[in-house]
Design a protein around this ligand. Structure first.
Ligand SMILES: Cc1cc2nc3c(=O)[nH]c(=O)nc-3n(C[C@H](O)[C@H](O)[C@H](O)COP(=O)(O)O)c2cc1C
Length: 214
């Protein structure tokens, strides 16, 4: 028996129903379901079930493969490993990713911190680091108030999309698409154009998928 293609749908915005990244991640998953009704979706809201911050105890436990001494440390380690197993089990991940203060929300950073485990998602070799979690597809549903993708003087201020792509590539993931609404705080016209552009990118993703994967 073959198991259904499994999508992990994540959100991390703290702006509730006003969230643009939540809108785009949901529309991405809806478009995916429309293209392949058999997909199975697991949803996780990182703003609700907040991943633990790394602590000296959890970092030591992961590095030394030891049991944390405190009950809090053991609970944190269990949560971290739940996130890791959920990530490893997914064929694809749709990440709702706002830009906050040039980077990602701390909740999304803590999710990456939970996954970046030596021996599970990457390893170091004499030739350099090697990703161990390849073969997955990722779609980043990105929202940001200002525009960073085109003005050359803004591109190096993007620590949100570029950070996520770098961290996922480090873990071996090469198939990463970004659907982006940027400039959403620059007035209604720019916001409407940004949403239209993101929606066109979502449609394009699944138009391509249907063409290459009958
Ligand atoms: C706490 C906070 C920090 C933000 N920092 C930035 C920023 O550094 N650069 C930017 O362009 N927009 C920034 N914004 C605007 C958001 O990127 C924009 O509102 C986007 O829609 C956020 O995604 P969301 O709607 O899914 O929460 C910030 C918004 C919030 C709430």
């Amino acid at each position: 028996m073959t198991s259904a293609f499994h999508i992990l749908h994540l959100d991390s915005s703290l702006t509730g129903p006003a969230s643009v990244s939540r809108l785009l991640s949901r529309e991405t998953v809806d478009a995916w379901r429309a293209a392949d009704p058999a997909v199975r979706v697991t949803y996780r809201d990182l703003a609700v079930t907040v991943p633990p911050q790394p602590t000296p105890e959890t970092v030591a436990a992961l590095r030394l493969r030891s049991e944390p001494a405190s009950a809090q440390g053991r609970a944190d380690l269990a949560s971290i490993n739940t996130l890791l197993e959920e990530f490893l089990a997914a064929d694809a991940i749709v990440i709702g990713a706002p830009m906050y203060n040039f980077g990602v929300p701390t909740q999304l950073k803590a999710w990456i911190d939970a996954l970046a485990q030596a021996g599970r998602t990457f390893e170091y070799t004499p030739q350099g680091p090697r990703g161990l979690a390849g073969g997955k597809r990722v779609v980043i549903a990105s929202a940001r108030g200002n525009i960073y993708s085109t003005p050359p003087q803004m591109q190096d201020k993007d620590f949100q999309e570029r950070y996520l792509v770098a961290a996922l590539q480090f873990m071996g993931i090469t198939h990463i698409d970004v659907v982006r609404a940027e400039g959403v705080n620059r007035g209604p016209e720019v916001r409407d154009a940004a949403l239209a552009s993101a929606r066109a990118a979502i449609a394009q993703l699944f138009a391509v998928q249907e063409a290459v994967a009958p």
